[in-house]
Design a protein around this ligand. Structure first.
Ligand code: ADP
Ligand code: UDP
Length: 252
């Protein structure tokens, strides 16, 4: 589609007006950012890989009736999604202690948690996405009590499903961040999973070696960031190495 109307440009994606009412197009960029935009780089092919990986995972989640915004992939870097009213809360689910949890609470890095933990962060770059409690969410009306219960229930289902899905490819789902939004149908709203699920917002470790296959390779300067994202895509079977090489040659 030529001359699309740009609505928003974020750190990892551009959002355009969709082809039908109540839809948007997510364009996946190769830009990588960390530490609230302080560290920046380009990871060649990342946008393509995240588009394919997120398509796969959102589609599988639809098949088990986890409501989400994904409609269809349009091309190598774009997907059509339902336009949602985004709830300004980042929902993090953790199975293994690492990252900010370890820094904040002094827990041993890599400790497998006795049960998954769900945390909430305010989606506000100016405030550095501070951690918040369910009380804040209700009192400041970022979501209703009923929505919050649904968010927790969906986040938990997503975690159970994705943990098994990645495990079948010898990948440990350490933690991940998801976003939710409201799809308005006349004056009723349906809560749906939004944004993307990819190595940009999941921590993925090889089951045997604990090798990091996600954005931590960029955050921590571990090298081979592009290869790690490719490895996840190949293991999940969304693209073969040959297909990816062809795609990159004829990139949009
Ligand atoms: P950021 O805004 O954090 O820089 P991105 O570059 O990934 O992140 O931009 C994508 C933006 O689109 C995010 O702000 C996300 O909340 C928003 N978004 C994702 N899915 C939808 C949707 N279905 N409807 C409306 N907005 C969405
Ligand atoms: N995460 C994310 N976006 C953010 C913050 C975190 O996608 O703005 C993801 C991150 O990739 C990890 C999980 O959420 O999978 C938990 O991140 P953590 O709180 O440990 O933050 P970090 O160490 O990135 O500061």
């Amino acid at each position: 589609m030529k001359n699309k109307e740009k609505i928003y440009e974020g750190k990892a994606k551009i959002i355009y007006k969709g082809t039908k009412p109540n839809t948007l197009i997510q364009y996946f960029k190769d830009d990588a950012t960390a530490f609230n935009n302080k560290k920046k780089s380009i990871i060649p092919g990342k946008g393509v890989l995240n588009n394919f990986i997120s398509e796969l995972l959102m589609s599988r989640l639809s098949e088990i009736n986890v409501p989400n915004h994904f409609i269809k992939r349009l091309n190598m870097r774009e997907q059509l999604v339902r336009k949602l009213e985004i709830i300004p809360v980042e929902v993090v689910v953790r199975n293994v202690a690492t990252g900010s949890l370890v820094k904040r609470l002094g827990i041993k890095d890599g400790k497998v948690l006795s049960r998954p933990i769900i945390e909430f962060y305010l989606k506000n770059d100016d405030l550095n996405d501070p951690i918040i409690s369910d009380e804040h969410i209700i009192v400041f009306e970022w979501a209703t009590h009923q929505e919050l219960e649904e968010i927790i229930s969906i986040a938990s289902r997503v975690n159970d499903f994705l943990t098994g899905y990645f495990f079948s490819q010898s990948i440990r789902l350490v933690d991940f961040k998801i976003e939710f939004g409201r799809f308005w149908d006349s004056d009723e709203s349906i809560l749906m999973l939004a944004d993307e699920i990819s190595p940009d917002n999941c921590r993925l470790w090889d089951i045997k070696t604990n090798k990091k296959l996600d954005k931590d390779r960029f955050r921590q300067d571990l090298g081979d960031v592009d290869k790690a994202y490719q490895e996840v895509a190949y293991r999940l079977g969304v693209l073969s190495e040959n297909e990816f090489k062809k795609v990159i040659k004829n990139d949009l």
